[in-house]
Design a binder for this molecule. Structure first.
Ligand code: DC
Length: 224
């Protein structure tokens, strides 16, 4: 199969560098990039704005029937639209970040979003990042990468990202939030964060972004 048609699944815990790396890989191969976390975040944002209880599966699944999420490529950052309105920055705010695991644990929400993700990836030529891409969304992806990094390193990365976005949360708090999110993402009943048996694990703790991109790029080229 030609490289243009490959499906690349990049999974791993929060702040392991998945989206930064996935975007660069997508650029290098002229693939589509799909940030599945942004989809869960958009659903959480909409439910919060409507004042819904985030554990009320029935009402949230009903809401999904009238919910459109789309992406628009941009130079550095992919723009995210919820029902036609840009929410790129809104979905990164701490209140969404801390509530999204609850939404992501609802089976009705997951099955709806997984279907949308599979449709986006159906023609290949895609880099998709998330938690369950290699295990559930694209179990036949040719390339499966599982990125990990220490909690300390991930909290420091998020701290720097936040500073650029003028979001100020103490480092210790970020460490605590990351540990809590890791726990919730790994222990939920449906599609928990899990490395697929055939995924290649890369520990990015002491690697630069470029090193990680080079390593994944080599894996893709060797497969093509
Ligand atoms: O990668 P992120 O921080 O933007 O993800 C937001 C949340 O969505 C996170 O709590 C895990 C969840 N998520 C998921 O359950 N499955 C995915 N494929 C992507 C994200």
């Amino acid at each position: 199969m030609s490289n243009n048609k490959l499906q690349v699944a990049i999974d791993g815990p929060a702040s392991a560098g998945k989206s930064t790396v996935a975007k660069l890989i997508a650029n290098e191969f002229s693939y589509i990039y799909c940030d599945t976390g942004a989809m869960y975040r958009s659903i959480a944002l909409k439910a919060m704005r409507l004042g819904y209880n985030l554990s009320d599966e029935r009402i949230i699944v009903e809401m999904l029937k009238n919910t459109n999420i789309s992406f628009e490529p941009n130079e550095n950052q992919q723009k995210v639209f919820l029902d036609g309105q840009e929410v790129t920055n809104d979905i990164r705010q701490e209140d969404v970040t801390n509530s999204v695991s609850e939404i992501a644990s609802l089976s009705g929400v997951r099955s709806d979003l997984v279907k949308r993700q599979q449709a986006i990836a159906s023609n290949g030529g895609i880099v998709m990042d998330g938690r369950d891409i290699g295990t559930t969304v694209l179990p036949n992806a040719e390339i499966k990468i599982f990125l990990i990094a220490s909690v300390k390193e991930r909290a420091e990365r998020r701290f720097k990202d936040n500073a650029e976005k003028d979001i100020h949360v103490p480092l210790e708090q970020l460490k605590h939030d990351i540990e809590e999110r890791d726990y919730k993402d790994s222990h939920r009943k449906i599609s928990p964060l899990l490395k697929a048996d055939d995924a290649i694990e890369i520990d990015t703790t002491s690697m630069s972004i470029q090193d990680v991109v080079d390593e994944i790029s080599k894996i893709i080229k060797n497969n093509g």
